[in-house]
Design a protein around this ligand. Structure first.
Ligand code: GUN
Ligand code: ZN
Length: 429
């Protein structure tokens, strides 16, 4: 088949590495050209430098700031319809609001309907890739993967392991192993999907089940490990009570072989220095979820501590505990969570977390995250004048000021369009 070349002209920004380590990681063309062949970026740079080479390729002009499609490094699709549930911190919120909602995913038709709505909402918010919790039900993963395949989205997910969960939402070490193996076999290599072994958290898995999770990781070097870590003080106290011999919360997972470079831990609000050193040494990452942490009164990531040890970081909405699917909104709250501890989060670093940093944590840096040649052309067109107030605030502003305003003031209203592999997604405007 003949290759299909398309090009997009506009203002292009990406952050290919953590700018804290490398200020040259910010790539910016005020008048750029992005050339896409069969969904993959083949060239990207200043329009004037590339236009002669691609003279025959029609360029679509995009008004707005083109950035890589957002990566949500931690979100729960079955909790979509329980966002904004009032009145409880983590453990009571799970019991009262979340576990009843997740029981409904035993019904495949319900899972299909929510998966479709969830993915359409991600696209509407500019999120093209995500690491997603499903439920304990095998069919909840099939529903999400089928819907993601139909939309050509990059989704990593897995069946939740929770043999100590509530009545009606419990598996066993054996079914956890068998269902996970079946899902891995059924979905491996299809579309842009990936699998994550997903024990809910230390409190909902027996020792035998956590050992089974370790076995799954050892048997399948291409899958991720996705779980929660040190989110809420009462949760941390319960983990310490159940595992008196563990050095700390992370050590519980470590003892079952669950801590390595392919591990993604959500939250990490209450980490020991030892845990941070261990995360950095293994290459395991923290998906920080500031809107969730504020909503559930959990605390916040200690960014200065994480940076002292060089812990890899990315950004998660953690909906339904999170208060929105927008990674702009989430980045704005990450700034505020850091400032509460007197640390200034740079807006380019926040953009890195929401794009290439998330891609790195999902081991997808070769595919997505920075609109570099060879990567898939997943991108978003941002409107920094999406509201009258945003227009006032960004008029005549520097790039850094505009990006910061997008994070503090922006949300889905600032998403003008979302593109998957060079093709416009959905029909929303
Ligand atoms: N810890 C265990 N399960 C959950 C969950 O569903 N949401 C959050 N935020 N934390 C958890
Ligand atoms: Zn979560």
């Amino acid at each position: 088949a003949r290759a299909v070349l398309t090009a997009f002209r506009g203002e292009i920004l990406s952050v290919v590495r953590d700018p804290r380590d490398d200020p040259a990681a910010v790539r910016y063309e005020p008048d750029g050209l992005l050339v896409v062949e069969d969904g993959v970026v083949v060239a990207r740079g200043p329009h004037d430098a590339l236009v002669a080479r691609f003279a025959g390729v029609p360029a679509e002009r995009l008004g707005g700031l083109i950035v890589p499609g957002f990566v949500d490094a931690h979100v729960h699709y079955p909790q979509l319809d329980r966002i904004a549930s009032h009145g409880e911190q983590l453990l009571d919120w799970l019991e009262r609001h979340i576990f009843p909602a997740e029981q409904a995913f035993a019904d495949r038709a319900h899972a299909d309907a929510v998966a479709a709505a969830f993915l359409d909402e991600l696209l509407r918010h500019g999120t093209t890739s995500a690491l997603v919790f499903a439920t304990v039900h095998e069919g909840s993963v099939d529903a999400l993967f089928e819907a993601a395949l139909a939309r050509d989205m990059r989704i990593v997910s897995g069946k939740v392991l929770m043999d100590l969960g509530p009545q009606g939402l419990r598996d066993t070490p054996e079914t956890a192993r068998g269902d996970s193996e079946a899902l891995i076999a059924r979905w491996r290599g299809r579309g842009r999907l990936g699998y994550a072994v997903t024990p809910r958290f230390a409190l909902t898995s027996s020792d035998a089940q956590m050992a089974a999770a370790g076995d799954l990781l050892a048997a399948h070097p291409d899958v991720l490990l996705h779980t929660h870590l040190a989110e809420n003080p009462r949760e941390c106290a319960a983990v310490a009570a159940r595992f008196p011999d563990a050095a700390d919360y992370l050590d519980v997972y470590d003892r079952f072989g669950l801590v390595n470079a392919r591990s993604v831990f959500a939250h990490g609000c209450h980490l020991t220095d030892r845990s941070c050193a261990r995360l950095a040494a293994t290459g395991a990452g923290i998906a920080t979820c500031p809107s969730s942490n504020l909503f559930l009164g959990s605390g916040f990531l200690d960014l200065a501590q994480a940076d002292r040890f060089g812990v890899a970081l990315a950004l998660g909405s953690d909906v339904g505990a999170g208060t929105g699917l927008s990674m702009l909104h989430t980045a704005g709250l990450a700034y505020q969570a850091a400032l509460a501890r007197d640390v200034r989060l740079d807006p380019f670093r926040a953009l890195y977390w929401a794009t290439a940093g998330g891609a790195a944590m999902l081991h997808l840096s070769d595919r997505i995250g920075a609109l570099e040649p060879g990567q898939e052309a997943d991108f978003v067109v941002l409107d920094d004048a999406a509201t009258p107030l945003m227009a006032r605030r960004t008029r005549g502003a520097t790039l850094a000021e505009r990006l910061f305003a997008l994070q503090i003031l922006g949300d889905d209203r600032a998403i003008r369009a979302t593109y998957l592999r060079g093709r416009r997604a959905g029909s929303f405007t």
